[in-house]
Ligand binder design. Structure first.
Ligand code: PMP
Length: 396
């Protein structure tokens, strides 16, 4: 098989489109949730929205709200959806902050926590606060933390690298975890730290909903809940008023709020999801979490069969848990496969790319080793099927 060159990757990979031929490059490097297009096509015009030219013109959404650029309709649908799914406490006593993706909210959270006198009363001592996460951590955390070389915080890597002293720090907990799908809890048990809980994947299509999450600062995103990554909308649920205020300040200064058009569209999309569960006559194929979970389960079953037959790779092993939303025991079906190469191939990413035209993300980006790769399970059916075909053809 020929070796892939960089320019070939950019012109012929499947990212954003379906593979055009049997030897197309299969791009599973990003978590692009195009799998969900099929579901939304089936819903017809239920989630369609028309915005007249005269609407959404003002910067302001609700000047009586602490987060003044948050559309009230969107906030109401967020609270309604969390109540329906039971995955987070999002009652009226919690602040909701909207962001351009949860990516912007991650930055807003770092800013808010590292500058808040209420949170770190003894301050950071003028030194940048360490930001840690347990390995393997989401590859964007280090990049986003260190992008501006801030004097407020800096990336300090694996949570275990932190010394158990009284220095303040921030820990990011992603649960279920990107990349490996496991459930995580804060690993540093000291009073001097603050935790950002990234719950992007705490939805019933990926994992059992065992309890409503009730952390100080939780991040969610439409990207992984409904699949609308291009809408660029995320939300934070925050307990502390001062932290919520500073996060709002960060977004005010960086982008003067968040697209109202996107928020109205998101409100409509979340409303459609909740309506389908609350309407008596709704058909099963209109229930987002059930449809997406079935797809994820089928994909994981297929992948596990292929991997088990090959002996060359392994996948994480999960335990079933009772899901309060689905009302049954379920295994996790993560958005990513954290694949480990069990043979004497040290660089799994290069092996899959160069020999098999499959683009994945190396474990090294997640603080782990190059024997691991992260593979998106959320692509379109054509891409996923071709990926499985290609895996079957690997002869080790
Ligand atoms: N957190 C995690 C764990 C993610 O996987 C992603 C998307 N890959 C994000 C945050 C960012 O999501 P958004 O599209 O909302 O910026």
């Amino acid at each position: 098989t020929s070796v892939l060159k960089e320019d070939e990757i950019s012109v012929s990979s499947t990212s954003g489109s379906i593979p055009i031929s049997m030897d197309s490059i299969i791009n599973l490097n990003h978590g692009d949730p195009t799998m969900y297009e099929k579901f939304w096509r089936q819903t017809g015009n239920a989630a369609e929205l028309v915005i007249p030219g005269s609407q959404t013109m003002s910067y302001f959404s609700d000047v009586t709200n602490l987060c003044w650029f948050l559309e009230p309709e969107f906030a109401a649908e967020i609270r309604r959806l969390h109540r329906l799914v039971g995955n987070a406490i999002a009652g009226p006593d919690r602040y909701i902050i909207v962001g351009t993706g949860s990516s912007q909210l991650f930055q807003a959270a770092l800013f808010a926590l590292s500058t808040s006198p209420e949170v770190f009363s003894h301050g950071g001592g003028g030194r940048p606060l360490p930001v840690v996460s347990s390995v393997p951590y989401y590859s964007s955390y280090p990049a986003a933390t260190d992008l501006l070389q801030s004097g407020l915080f800096h990336w300090a890597g694996d949570a275990s690298s932190l010394k158990e002293d009284d220095e303040p720090y921030i820990e990011v907990v992603c649960s279920p975890s990107n990349p490996d799908g496991l459930l995580k809890t804060a690993s540093v048990s000291s009073n001097s730290g603050k935790v950002i809980h990234d719950l992007a994947y705490y939805w019933p299509q990926y994992t059992a909903i065992t309890t409503p999450a009730d952390h100080d600062l939780m991040l969610f995103t439409a990207s992984k809940c409904t699949g609308h990554a291009g809408m660029r909308l995320g939300w934070a649920i925050v307990k502390n008023r001062d932290v919520a205020k500073r996060m709002t300040k960060f977004i005010e200064v960086s982008t003067i709020g968040v697209s109202k058009d996107s928020q109205l569209r998101a409100a409509k999309i979340l409303k459609t999801v909740s309506d389908q569960y609350e309407l008596e006559e709704a058909e099963d194929f209109t229930k987002l979490f059930h449809v997406a979970r079935n797809t994820m389960r089928d994909r994981w079953q297929t992948l596990r069969l292929v991997i088990a037959a090959s002996n060359a790779f392994s996948l994480p092993v999960f335990q079933p848990e009772y899901c309060n939303f689905m009302k049954e025991n379920t295994l996790p079906f993560p958005a990513f496969a954290w694949l480990k190469c069990e043979r004497d191939i040290d660089d799994c990413e290069s092996f899959l790319r160069q020999k098999h035209k499959i683009l994945t993300r190396s474990g090294e980006h997640f603080g782990a080793d190059a024997k691991h790769v992260r593979i998106s399970m959320l692509d379109r059916v054509e891409t996923f099927d071709m990926f499985i075909e290609r895996l079957l053809s690997i002869d080790l």
